[in-house]
Design a protein around this ligand. Structure first.
Ligand SMILES: NC(=O)c1ccc[n+]([C@@H]2O[C@H](COP(=O)([O-])OP(=O)(O)OC[C@H]3O[C@@H](n4cnc5c(N)ncnc54)[C@H](OP(=O)(O)O)[C@@H]3O)[C@@H](O)[C@H]2O)c1
Length: 234
């Protein structure tokens, strides 16, 4: 029995991750999204699944809200979490340069992309610590890699670089607890964020990310993976 919690699960890569994990009998997926009042594809999936094989719980979570994350932790008290996927993210300065910089958007970007994965991990640490081999994968981006200089979109790139760097430290700190921590670039994916012209489909990305999660262990903890399982340069 494996319990998987995914943030930003109502669309894009998060939604595809939900579908992929539900293919595995014995899995409980906790699909979190900030707006549960609007019927989403998650509700349609929940109506169709064979609940003797898998479970799907759709739970509200705004990763940028301390209260929302605390409410989630209260709701999940004593629940073991084996896999946490920090997927929720924003790209608010797409294509923007120096003279377009909007610093309130910088703060929002950092809050969601860099701080929120830690907000979620901190609150759910007791749940992760109950698992015998918990895994945390944070969906980052190649745009946060120092080895790959790119122009513009400074807030997004810097927010992903920041989360990458912080996750390295966390991987070291959680090693004694047997909790593996990694970051992954999901590819350039055809989602609302990636756009229709992106290189790969959500299905292609998530087939790879699913295997990355399966293969994540205490030997490769602290790594930056590409969606296809290769190591990404920092
Ligand atoms: N697509 C790409 O090419 C690409 C490339 C590199 C990295 N990534 C990363 O992959 C992850 C998923 O991206 P995607 O392409 O699937 O993007 P997407 O289609 O825009 O979906 C983003 C998801 O994040 C959620 N989200 C944003 N802010 C949130 C908050 N405060 N609380 C809870 N959920 C929140 C959104 O929820 P709402 O529906 O409520 O807005 C949505 O479910 C992101 O971290 C992104 O940076 C994507």
């Amino acid at each position: 029995m494996t319990t998987v919690l995914i943030t930003g699960a109502n669309r894009g890569i998060g939604l595809e991750l939900v579908k992929e994990f539900l293919n595995e009998a014995g899995t409980t997926v906790i699909a979190t999204c900030r707006n549960v009042s609007t019927k989403s594809e998650l509700d349609t999936i929940a109506e169709k699944i064979d609940t003797k094989q898998v479970q799907l719980h759709i739970v509200p979570l705004d990763v940028s809200s301390d209260q929302s994350v605390a409410d989630l932790a209260t709701r999940l008290k004593d629940q073991t979490i084996d896999v946490l996927v920090n997927n929720a993210g924003v790209y608010l300065d797409k294509g923007k340069g120096l003279l377009d910089a909007d610093f309130s958007k910088w703060v929002e970007t950092f809050d969601i992309n860099s701080v929120s994965p830690f907000r979620v991990i901190k609150e759910l640490y007791p749940n992760l610590d109950k698992s015998e081999n918990a895994k945390i994968l944070t969906i980052s981006s190649q745009m946060g890699a120092m080895s790959r200089p790119s122009s513009g979109s400074y807030a997004y790139c810097a927010s992903k670089a920041a989360v990458n760097r912080a996750m390295i430290g966390l991987a070291l700190d959680l090693k004694p607890r047997n909790i593996a921590v990694a970051v992954a670039h999901p590819g350039w994916v055809q989602t609302d964020m990636g756009g229709a012209q992106a290189e790969i489909t959500p299905t292609q990305s998530v087939k790879g990310l699913y295997q990355v999660i399966k293969d994540l262990n205490m030997d490769n903890t602290g790594s930056f993976f590409k969606w296809n399982g290769e190591i990404h340069n920092w």
